[in-house]
Design a protein. Sequence first.
Length: 240
Amino acid sequence: MILHACVNGARDVAEHPWLSADETVVAQDAAAAVDAGAAEIHVHPKDAAGRDSLAPEDVQRWLGAVRAAAPGVPVGVTTGAWAEPDVSRRLEAIGGWTELPDYASVNWHEDGADDVAVALGRRGIGVEAGIWDAAGLEAWRVSPVRGDCLRVLVELPAEAADVVRSHAEGLIAHVAREEPDLPILLHGEELSTWPALDLAAELGLDTRIGLEDTLLLPDGSEAPSNAALVRAARARLPRP
């Protein structure tokens, strides 16, 4: 199992002290998360106002800071439509990246997912297929590039613990039927975060944890850092 640290996400920077518009602050916590046991980092580059950005200069700054703080650790970024709703401008931004992530997530329920995946592939960037729901699953299922993905992210919304298993196992079964050799990373957000991580541990799937997905430790107390979340996650996962 691989544990990713998803260190900031699209959250407002005011939500937590480690959710900063300063890339060096987030990179410091990302490095601490690696020291705590995370094998890879997922980060959302920000502009000066703290908004998610795909702009080449912002991606370069953030990747540079994270890689300087955690050298040799694979780093991925988002391509979420909320960062750039216009597909043509999203593709233009990706084409202009001067520092390339190891991989990038593509939400297949969003317009332009196939084109974004192709643009990433042309630049040698791995594609993580984000599958949130039936619509995204169907769009990915008929995609001509689905088999070229690095992995599939089965991503659960903030839902009650008692529906996590049925929701996750349904999506996982469909993904495995279409592309049985693709790795799957299972994760939740907010209410579903820790139940999804426990289910990933049970099923032997890769997973992730971090302030993007939850601000809370398993006992409901506020997490002081990404590193604290990673330590709590490691305690619930099988030993390597």
